[in-house]
Design a protein around this ligand. Structure first.
Ligand code: CA2
Length: 144
């Protein structure tokens, strides 16, 4: 069974606890559990990780080179700043799907550019937490 890595960046551990008008009411645990269930329905294995630390995310992307077929990533604020995460994703051979819960293009201008989008096979923004499940469905198609 192919493994998909679900990576979430800084502050997404607070999902469902603050700013529900922007990020919704689902917690990260809810998102990860729903994604694990959907992944198994799609014949995929899910490995989920959230970190507030850039280097931990880089390490997880490097580790994915060994055993993951695809990566779904919400790099959160690192989307807008991290060349290190982009470089790590460029060293990964499989499909990469970038997810943003909010529509970053309707927000402050510093959120409009994502370094990760230069590598992503697809970018989802503004679907709320449903974006993660949409990404997994597309990932299953790309890996079929
Ligand atoms: O819309 C997204 O998914 C973002 O990646 C979320 C990031 C933000 O920096 C990006 O520009 C867009 C922020 C994640 C913070 O998540 C929180 C969730 C609940 C409460 C507070 C923060």
């Amino acid at each position: 069974m192919k493994t998909v890595c679900l990576l979430n960046g800084p502050n997404l551990n607070l999902l469902g606890q603050r700013q529900p008008e922007i990020y919704g009411r689902e917690t990260l645990a809810d998102v990860e559990a729903d994604c694990a269930k959907l992944a198994s329905e799609l014949g995929l294995n899910l490995r989920a990780l959230q970190s507030n630390h850039e280097g931990v995310l880089v390490d997880a992307i490097q580790a994915a080179r060994q055993d993951a077929a695809g990566i779904v990533i919400n790099p959160a604020a690192y989307s807008h700043t991290s060349v290190a995460i982009l470089d790590a994703l460029n060293a990964f051979d499989g499909p990469v799907i970038e997810v943003h819960i909010s529509n970053i293009h309707r927000r402050e201008s510093f959120r409009h550019h994502s370094h990760v989008s230069a590598r992503a096979d697809a970018v989802i923004a503004g679907l709320g937490t449903e974006g993660y499940r949409a990404a997994l469905r597309r990932m299953a198609q790309l890996l079929a």
